[in-house]
Design a protein around this ligand. Structure first.
Ligand SMILES: C[S@@+](CC[C@H](N)C(=O)[O-])C[C@H]1O[C@@H](n2cnc3c(N)ncnc32)[C@H](O)[C@@H]1O
Length: 192
């Protein structure tokens, strides 16, 4: 499964014991078992009740985990997360711009968003007895949604099956500083 994320994905989160973290589409807790021992708190959301139950079993040794069974797109989450990450899940989300805007709203200033998107461009996943419709991702679209959501791309890498982007929510002071610089530049060029 490291083919979709792996050690560099975990390191990109820059975890420490002060960080509050959110995983979108926690699944059975495959990545969360590596994150929980290295952060202050981990909130995991997943739309599937059965999957959340398995995550609860697999993560039962950690006291700093909160699991929510809900749709990330419609759930109300209260918090400023220092890190939000997601792997192998965005292909299930149709409105990716809204999802990334929601991520940006949930991140604290300077917070990190680490996203792995599947390279697979098939529109269905074959589950044996049924086919599940998915919405393939593409890195160019994701870059433009990050930028539109004021998340600054700070790193990108590829794994065998995925593209990973690491982006940061610019702090308010950076915006104020930038705005002031624009105002100063405007007044310096006034009358030219
Ligand atoms: C392929 S699994 C990946 C699980 C985990 N991230 C991993 O890499 O092991 C995708 C997960 O996303 C969940 N999911 C899909 N759409 C979701 C949504 N809108 N909100 C929350 N979870 C969702 C699914 O239930 C599933 O558990």
């Amino acid at each position: 499964m490291d083919k979709w994320d792996g050690q560099r994905f975990i390191e990109s989160m820059q975890l420490d014991k002060s960080k509050s973290v959110l995983e979108i589409g926690i699944g059975t807790g495959r990545i969360a078992v590596k994150v929980a021992p290295n952060c202050k708190s981990l909130c995991g959301i997943d739309i599937s009740e059965k999957t959340i139950q398995r995550a609860a079993e697999n993560l039962s040794m950690y006291q700093n985990i909160k699991l929510i069974c809900d749709d990330f797109m419609s759930c109300k989450l209260e918090a400023d997360f220092d890190v939000i990450y997601s792997s192998l899940t965005f292909m299930h989300i149709q409105d990716k711009l809204s999802a990334i805007q929601k991520v940006a709203a949930l991140l604290s200033n300077n917070g990190l968003f680490v996203l792995s998107i599947d390279k697979n461009q098939n529109e269905y996943i074959d589950m044996g007895d049924r086919k599940v419709k998915i919405y393939p991702d593409n890195p160019n679209d994701i870059r433009s949604y990050l930028s539109a959501s004021k998340l600054k791309l700070i790193d990108e890498f590829e794994t065998d099956h995925a593209y990973v982007t690491v982006s940061r929510k610019a702090s308010l002071s950076v915006f104020i500083c930038f705005a002031n610089r624009e105002v100063a530049r405007g007044s310096a060029t006034e009358g030219l």
